[in-house]
Design a protein around this ligand. Structure first.
Ligand SMILES: Cc1cc2nc3c(=O)[nH]c(=O)nc-3n(C[C@H](O)[C@H](O)[C@H](O)COP(=O)(O)OP(=O)(O)OC[C@H]3O[C@@H](n4cnc5c(N)ncnc54)[C@H](O)[C@@H]3O)c2cc1C
Length: 393
């Protein structure tokens, strides 16, 4: 018989969702025995726009980790455009652009300082035997959290193969051009839909640049080639693809109308839970928020001696936090299949400061479509377009 280790909590994946899950669990019970697994050593790179919304720091503050962006320049200016329809202006709150090589390693460090044991290990299976979940046939956890990203083994084991909306995106780093200094720039596609390119100034002379689009039918194998992705990027942000380096592509499992988490002692968080904003591709806030929620639910259920209740607790915590927002972003992303709606949204944001703020909240955090934005959209759709109003600070 193989010897098995026992842990109170085993977290599979140590990205933002997994490290936050460990932090959430240990903030609930500092004595909990938490094993944090990742197939990679840290620091490691991850294909991402590196955009850290202020909501990420709101979520990390109560677990003592909001300082993970220290030393990186805060940034307020946001530009949204499609063709010659454009709006730019300051966001209400500062965002950050921190390379994931830095951000993720800092979060893991915080989790380890809080008491988690980090181990390099690729999980090969998750099974439920009579006593509870077992990872890779050797690691027993009272509770297991799947935070293993877009191609989650834990999710596949728990929910089987599901066809979900997916996007594909490629990211690189390019020298910042003057016109984009101090900004997050998002340019929606004019040829392929829905799609967008971005250039996010990191504040250190480099910008994170990239391009992503929806995969037809969500099918992983049916995507555009790397060459096509780079061509689209170059067309939307001239100079980005030709001067960029460190290209890395990745899938984005987009959130949909409804979010589910089965009962039982195996929980999911972040990309593994199919949580990426379908309007913007942002997923770090969801990863951190649902990671912390999963960790807390796990710690409470273990303390109560009923690990099997963790799933239901996690489900209700995440639904309370995100269910309405997820419905609104799903709706907005469906509407954004129409370029007329995208243009009307940008115009509404250009006319009305509050509609601009609402759009930002919807795309970066946990906002909803309010009457102001809906009215602005409707006006834009009913009236012939006027020349775009460019806003400054
Ligand atoms: C090109 C691109 C641009 C993006 N831009 C942004 C952006 O600007 N802002 C934003 O908020 N979001 C962005 N996102 C989304 C964001 O990257 C994800 O939502 C985020 O990384 C989710 O965090 P996570 O911890 O759930 O997953 P991940 O960050 O993917 O971490 C999962 C971890 O699990 C590990 N793992 C996987 N399988 C196993 C296994 N079997 N055993 C052990 N370990 C395993 C991996 O090594 C990894 O470290 C972007 C995504 C892409 C692809």
């Amino acid at each position: 018989m193989t010897s098995r280790e026992h842990w109170d909590l085993v977290v599979v994946g140590a990205g933002p969702a997994g490290a936050s899950a460990a932090l959430g669990a240990l903030s609930e019970d500092p004595g909990l025995r938490v094993l944090l697994l990742d197939r990679s050593d840290f620091p490691r790179d991850k294909s991402c726009g590196d955009g850290i919304a202020p909501h990420v720091l709101d979520a990390l503050r109560p677990v003592g980790a909001a300082d993970v962006v220290d030393g990186w320049a805060p940034l307020r200016e946001l530009e949204l455009s499609r063709g010659d329809v454009s709006v730019s202006g300051p966001m209400r709150r500062e965002a950050y652009v921190v390379p994931r090589r830095v951000f993720d390693a800092r979060l893991v460090e915080r989790a380890v300082s809080a008491g988690a044991v980090l181990r390099r290990h690729r999980a090969t299976s998750v099974e439920l035997d009579g006593r509870g979940p077992v990872v890779s046939g050797a690691l027993d956890g009272d509770v297991v959290i799947g935070a293993d990203g877009a191609h989650s083994l834990v999710r596949a084991t728990l929910l089987g193969k599901r066809r979900e909306p997916r996007a594909i995106a490629i990211r690189g780093y390019a020298p910042v051009v003057e016109a984009m200094r101090g900004r997050q720039v998002i340019r929606y596609g004019t040829r392929r839909q829905p799609s967008y390119a971005w250039a996010f100034d990191r504040g250190d002379g480099w910008a994170n640049v990239g391009y992503g689009e929806l995969l037809p039918g969500g099918r992983p194998g049916a995507g555009p080639s790397r060459r096509l992705l780079l061509e689209q990027l170059e067309a939307l942000v001239p100079g980005a693809a030709s001067t960029g380096t460190e290209w890395r592509g990745h899938h984005l499992p987009l959130s949909s109308w409804r979010w589910d988490q089965p009962d039982g002692p195996v929980l999911m968080a972040g990309d593994a839970a199919g949580l990426i904003n379908p309007m913007t591709g942002e997923g770090i806030y969801y990863a951190v928020a649902t990671g912390i929620a999963a960790g807390r639910a796990a710690a409470r259920a273990v303390a109560a001696g009923s690990p099997a209740d963790a799933g239901a607790q996690h489900r209700s915590a995440v639904r309370a936090l995100l269910a309405t927002h997820l419905r609104h972003t799903w709706l907005a992303s469906r509407l954004a299949h129409s370029t007329r709606v995208v243009d009307a949204g940008i115009r509404a944001a250009g006319r009305d400061r509050r509609a601009f703020d609402t759009l930002v909240e919807l795309g970066l955090g946990d906002g909803r479509i309010d009457a102001r934005l809906a009215g602005g959209l409707l006006r834009g759709l009913l009236r012939p377009p006027r020349p775009p109003e460019l806003r400054g600070s």
